[in-house]
Design a binder for this molecule. Structure first.
Ligand SMILES: [Zn+2]
Length: 107
């Protein structure tokens, strides 16, 4: 009769997950890893203002970094300094909504 050993089972499951992550590509390789976080933290830590609010004559701190042109997997465009702008969440949401043709609804 088999004896259940949850500890061993967990280790095996973890190893399997690691293997899956490796073959599928980790979050980092998909472009949202440490580097993304570091850039975001560095840029937003300095009290950067939302460029869209500034254009409208308001001063609001940026909380997200927006890609002016969607990079769609193009890493050159993704890390291009000139393709980045600081936005507050509200402006970013508005931009995203207008780009996707609705609030997250694909057409
Ligand atoms: Zn804004």
């Amino acid at each position: 009769m088999a004896i259940k050993r949850p500890g061993h089972k967990d280790a095996a499951a973890k190893a399997k997950k690691r293997e899956r992550d490796r073959t599928r590509g980790s979050a980092a390789s998909r472009g949202y890893g440490t580097r993304h976080r570091a850039v975001r933290r560095g840029l937003l830590a300095g009290g950067v203002l939302c460029v869209e609010c500034k254009r409208r004559g308001m001063l609001r701190g940026a909380t997200v970094f927006d890609h002016i042109r969607p990079f769609k997997g193009d890493t050159t465009l993704q890390w291009d300094e000139s393709n980045r702008q600081p936005l507050c969440k509200q402006c970013h949401d508005e931009k995203t909504a207008s780009e996707s043709g609705g609030w997250g609804k694909a057409r």
